[in-house]
Ligand binder design. Structure first.
Ligand SMILES: [Zn+2]
Length: 652
């Protein structure tokens, strides 16, 4: 079976946020799960790069739309690695191959009379890039943008979506899995109970030039959605002129699944299937719709830092903890609340306490009681052992069922039930007591074996969600990659008696609430070190000749090339910009660049930073480094190296 899974292509008018990260993580975890089941899987993500918002943002930044799109698209592509997103294809709507597919599809639908020219007058929202119906308005305003739409009358091309309405209703009724969770299926069916209007698919070039020209009328470019949705096919090498599906389309399209947030339900559940039908293709298999992350801003600013950007979270907690939190905290389909307190709490209780302790206790006991190896087992199972084995067996079924259905939170709940049971199994069996009794060595070996075997299943289950954690756990058990380690829930037969198991560093060291408040080391030596460090931090040379520094002192400066991933003004400051830079790990640097550079102008640039400068709070934001810049009279120019290099490269 060949699964084809997509995230939406992300619109390049803004930097990646928590919602983007969630969609991509959910899609990635599902793909990893299908790969472990032995399926061939293709994960596609990418960026949506046309439209007047992009043109406007590019103009504001003083660069071409293509250069602007290149810059932001790269940010989305670079987000994938730190979040552990293993995509197979990254598509951009400015790719020439994609443009050809869109033009071919438009020509075909125009030839068969599915696209027609018609007059249209209505209320146009510039933010939405579409005409709004009277019904959609709230107090005369666009509900999304809170701005009044402009009355506009013009000729445009329309896709005759209404032709396919009855077919679509039938298809949704006959395929309960087509749109999930069910609430969104109901929402679409309710919308379809009213007659569908035809879909305006063009914009006059007088108003928008940054788009794909209609092949049959050079006075128009195509509307963003018609361009964007076709990425799911163009990414597979679709040929609109061909009679039927061929190549990768034939291979992957029958099992095509789209993962989206609820704001783009209608284009995916209505425009897209009718477009596919008109093109003579089957609809995709399933659409998975998730809710929004609500972030309470005031609450966020009170906590340690302003932490809602996915890369900042990863820098702070690690990718696996962020992936776990997002998938565990949100019931797929419903809205969820993000707060750093909730993340901190799950990290400490679920990861550090429950999982981390189970792993380190088990491995420590194997070191101590069974000579750091998988023990030989001869003893008969008791009631407690059978309970544990049965729970692992149930986990195998439950986990498969839930993950196949995008119920990540339920799947993870099931894993944590086994973790809880294993922790109780340790307490009840008290291996340290068994060890005192020579006559109970057999029982001790069985308990240790059962715990190691339970860890193996927990690692197998965590593989899709926390790939690095799973890898570390399996390595500790003396096993290789996640893929060749037996089937989840099938007890025994993989761990070999006598094979060494390794003690690892804690997987999730407990986080202290305020690490900066811990007291410095006491005593005269520490005091001397502190004062020396203080002198260095204040920039005072510690060499003997005044005004000159030793090479050793210079070597202590960690100067690095950093790529600016994101930038924003700092509230209540007309001097500071808050930058997120990759060096190569993402970090926050507050820089006095405002007034000289707009946030848009610095995003994508490579600058030189002092990477080991002691973190300092500026306007309440912790800055982890300093951007080097030259001040020349009134001008301020940021530092750079003479060509593009990998982020994090050292400057010396
Ligand atoms: Zn709007």
């Amino acid at each position: 079976m060949s699964n084809y899974v997509t995230t939406p292509i992300f619109y390049v008018n803004a930097e990646p946020h928590l919602g983007h990260a969630y969609t991509a993580i959910a899609a990635d975890a599902y793909c990893r799960f299908q790969r472990l089941r032995g399926h061939e899987v293709r994960l596609q993500t990418g960026t949506d790069e046309h439209g007047d918002k992009i043109a406007a943002a590019a103009a504001a930044a003083g660069i071409t739309p293509q250069a602007y799109a290149d810059r932001i698209s790269a940010l989305f592509k670079e987000m994938a690695g730190p979040l552990g997103i293993a995509f197979d294809h990254f598509i951009r709507t400015t790719d020439p191959a994609h443009r050809r597919v869109v033009q071919g599809a438009l020509a075909r639908l125009h030839d068969q009379g599915d696209i027609v020219l018609s007059d249209y007058s209505g209320l146009y929202c510039r933010g939405c890039e579409r005409f709004l119906t009277e019904k959609e308005l709230v107090d005369g305003l666009c509900p999304d943008h809170r701005t009044p739409p402009d009355p506009l009358s013009e000729q445009n091309y329309f896709f005759k979506m209404s032709r396919y309405q009855d077919w679509l209703i039938d298809h949704i009724r006959q395929h309960p899995e087509f749109i999930t969770p069910e609430r969104y299926r109901n929402e679409v069916l309710s919308f379809l109970s009213e007659p569908l209007e035809d879909l305006c698919i063009s914009r006059p070039v007088s108003r928008l030039t940054w788009g794909i020209p209609l092949p049959f009328d050079q006075n128009f470019v195509t509307y963003v959605w018609f361009d964007a949705l076709l990425n799911y096919l163009s990414g597979l090498g679709y040929d609109p002129a061909a009679g039927g599906p061929a190549g990768d389309v034939a291979r992957f399209w029958p099992r095509a699944e789209h993962v989206v947030a609820k704001d783009i339900l209608k284009p995916h559940a209505i425009y897209w299937p009718t477009m596919l039908r008109a093109l003579g293709l089957a609809p995709y298999w399933r659409l998975h719709v998730h809710g929004y992350w609500n972030v309470n801003d005031t609450k966020m600013s009170k906590s340690i830092g302003n932490v809602v950007r996915p890369l900042e979270l990863v820098a702070d907690y690690g990718a696996d903890a962020v992936r776990y939190f997002l998938l565990r905290e949100m019931s797929f389909g419903l809205d969820a609340a993000f707060s750093q307190e909730a993340l901190e709490a799950r990290y400490n209780s679920d990861l550090a306490n429950d999982l981390g302790n189970l792993v380190s206790r088990t491995l420590a006991m194997a070191q101590k009681f069974t000579a750091g190896a998988v023990p030989e087992v001869g003893e008969e199972d008791g009631q407690l052992d059978r309970e544990l084995v049965a729970a692992v067996g149930r986990l195998g079924q439950e986990f498969d069922l839930r993950l196949a259905d995008f119920q990540f939170h339920r799947a993870l709940q099931a894993v944590w039930e086994v973790i809880g049971l294993a922790n109780r199994y340790i307490v009840v069996n008290a291996p340290w007591e068994l060890a005192k009794d020579q006559g109970r060595r057999g029982r001790l070996s069985l308990v240790i074996y059962n715990l190691l075997e339970t860890l193996r299943h927990i690692a197998l289950a965590l593989g899709p969600v926390m790939p690095e954690t799973a890898r570390l756990m399996l390595t500790a058990l003396g096993l290789g990659g996640v893929d060749a380690q037996g089937r989840l829930g099938q007890w025994g037969g993989v761990l070999r008696p006598g094979a060494p198991v390794k003690l690892t560093a804690p997987l999730f060291p407990r986080r202290e609430r305020h690490p900066e408040e811990t007291s410095p080391p006491a005593g005269p030596v520490a005091a001397k070190q502190a004062s020396r460090q203080e002198a260095q931090a204040k920039g005072q040379p510690v060499a003997d000749s005044p005004g000159l520094i030793d090479f050793d002192y210079f070597k202590r400066l960690d100067l690095r090339v950093a790529t600016v991933l994101a930038a924003e003004p700092v509230k209540k400051s007309d001097r500071l910009l808050k930058l997120t830079v990759a060096a190569p790990e993402p970090r926050t640097v507050v820089a006095g660049l405002a007034g000289h550079y707009s946030p848009e102008e610095v995003v994508g640039r490579q600058v030189i930073i002092v990477a080991n400068l002691k973190p300092a709070k500026l306007m309440g934001i912790e800055s982890q480094g300093m951007v080097l810049a030259a001040k020349d009279g009134d001008r301020l120019l940021v530092s750079a190296v003479a060509g593009e290099v990998a982020p994090g490269v050292r400057v010396s």
